[in-house]
Ligand binder design. Structure first.
Ligand code: PRP
Length: 206
C-alpha cells in the first residue's frame, strides 16, 4: 500500500485526477462527504486530504510515503525529502510586488512583508540588500497599502489580487509548481512501487 498525502482544494482535486488517469483510482475519494482518508486495495493506494502547507510534514515524518507539495513550501521549509517530479500544474510565481510608483533606495532598509521569510531572505541576501522581514500569515497585500511594509514577496497566480489592491509585480523571484515528493525511507523500501507511480504520473503530464 502506498500512502499519499494530497493537498485539500483545487490543486489536490486536479492531481487526484492525474493519479486516477495514471491507474491509481480510488472511487471512495470521489464521494461528496467529509472523510479525510480513503483507500483502494485494488490499486494499492491510500489517500489523505491534508492542509496544503502540512503535506511535507506528513511525508517528512513518514506518515505518508508520497505527497504533493508546492515548490514554494519546499523552498521555504526545506524539508528532508526527495523531490521526484515536477507535475507542471499549480503553476504560479513568487514575486516582489508593491505600489507601481515604488522606487527602492539603498540608503534605507527595505521593509518586506511575506509569508515566506526564508525565500525572501535568500533572494535579498543574494543581492546584498538589507531588508527587514515582516512575517505575516495571509492577506499580505494589505501591508504596503497600510504602510506596514514597502513591498511584499508573495505568490502571484492570475495577478488579480495585486491588481484589485492597486499593487503591481516589481520583480520575479522564481517560478512555482506542484511537485511529487517522497519520504526517503519509503523510497528505499518501496522503490519499485514509487518509481512506477512516478513514471505513470509523468506520462499524464505530457
Ligand atoms: C494567495 C497569494 C495571493 C493570491 C494570489 O493567497 O498569497 O494573495 O493567492 O493569487 P492571484 O494572483 O490569482 O490573485 P491565498 O488565496 O492563499 O490567501 P492568503 O491571503 O490567506 O494567503
Amino acid at each position: 500500500m502506498l500512502d499519499i498525502a494530497l493537498p485539500k482544494g483545487r490543486l489536490g482535486d486536479r492531481v487526484y485526477g492525474m493519479l486516477k488517469m495514471a491507474g491509481y483510482e480510488c472511487p471512495s475519494i470521489e464521494q461528496p462527504d467529509r472523510r479525510l482518508i480513503f483507500e483502494n486495495p485494488e490499486t494499492g493506494v491510500r489517500y489523505f486530504w491534508v492542509k496544503p502547507s502540512d503535506v511535507t510534514i506528513y511525508v517528512e515524518h513518514g506518515a505518508a510515503d508520497l505527497g504533493i507539495a508546492g515548490k514554494d513550501i519546499l523552498l521555504e521549509n526545506r524539508p528532508e525529502l526527495f523531490e521526484l517530479l515536477d507535475l507542471k500544474t499549480g503553476i504560479c510565481r513568487m514575486a516582489v510586488a508593491g505600489p507601481g510608483d515604488f522606487r527602492d533606495s539603498r540608503e534605507r532598509t527595505l521593509r518586506v512583508a511575506t509569508k515566506f521569510p526564508h525565500i525572501a531572505g535568500s533572494f535579498y541576501a543574494e543581492k546584498s540588500r538589507d531588508v527587514e522581514l515582516i512575517k505575516l500569515n495571509g492577506s499580505i497585500e494589505l501591508a504596503p497599502i497600510l504602510g506596514l511594509s514597502d513591498v511584499i514577496v508573495d505568490i502571484v497566480e492570475t495577478g488579480k489580487t495585486l491588481a484589485e489592491n492597486g499593487l503591481t509585480v516589481l520583480e520575479t523571484v522564481c517560478p512555482i509548481s506542484a511537485r511529487l515528493v517522497a519520504n526517503p525511507a519509503s523510497f528505499r523500501f518501496k522503490t519499485e512501487e514509487i518509481d512506477t507511480l512516478a513514471r505513470k504520473l509523468e506520462e499524464q503530464i505530457s
